[in-house]
Ligand binder design. Sequence first.
Ligand code: SAM
Length: 204
Amino acid sequence: MVEEQLRGRDIVDERVLAAMERVPRELFVPEGERHRAYADAALPIGHGQTISQPYMVARIAEALGLSGGEKVLDVGTGSGYQAAVLAELADEVHTIERIPELAEQARKNFAAAGYDRVQVHLGDGSLGLPEEAPFGAIAVAAAAPGLPELLYEQLEPRGRLAVPVGGRWGQRLEVIVRSPEGPAVVHSVPCRFVPLVGEQGFRK
Ligand code: SAM
């Protein structure tokens, strides 16, 4: 996976590549999908949701430019895989999911894979997690119709937000830096994510 799907494309950050090598992806997919845990694809995790494609997880992790000491928010826990990768790269990781059964399964996945220090929250992550803000970085794994301003406001100065922005069926993964002049887009690539359902996302 790392050699062909990540290094073989354009992932170059050695810390991210090492993190992707360390996290056991098979422990984050349902048992019936384990034979394809390392496939170059998103996979179903139930409730109409998916564990993101490995390349997208690496892309987001690389774009956040983490150096190790950050407090990070992961919006859209899903299986917990992205949060586990972020936990390899940052000091403190909070992750928020709106579907209770997925949050519960993610807790089990973290325990099985040894990432108990990732803190799982249940709620509408489109509003961020104000009680834990500010964050050095925020990763959103679901598509928003526009820049979720409340998430941007929960960034530290120079903090980075990675969020798919666009319509339901196609978006651009935008990486935005908080700067004194306002949001600065530093990276933008096409992508396709499930919708962010919430107050700062899609309504259903
Ligand atoms: N990063 C996840 C992983 O590695 O498994 C993949 C996440 S999946 C593509 C997107 C997730 O975002 C789904 O689990 C969905 O329920 C969740 N989601 C959608 N809208 C949300 C919201 N407003 N707050 C929290 N989670 C949300």
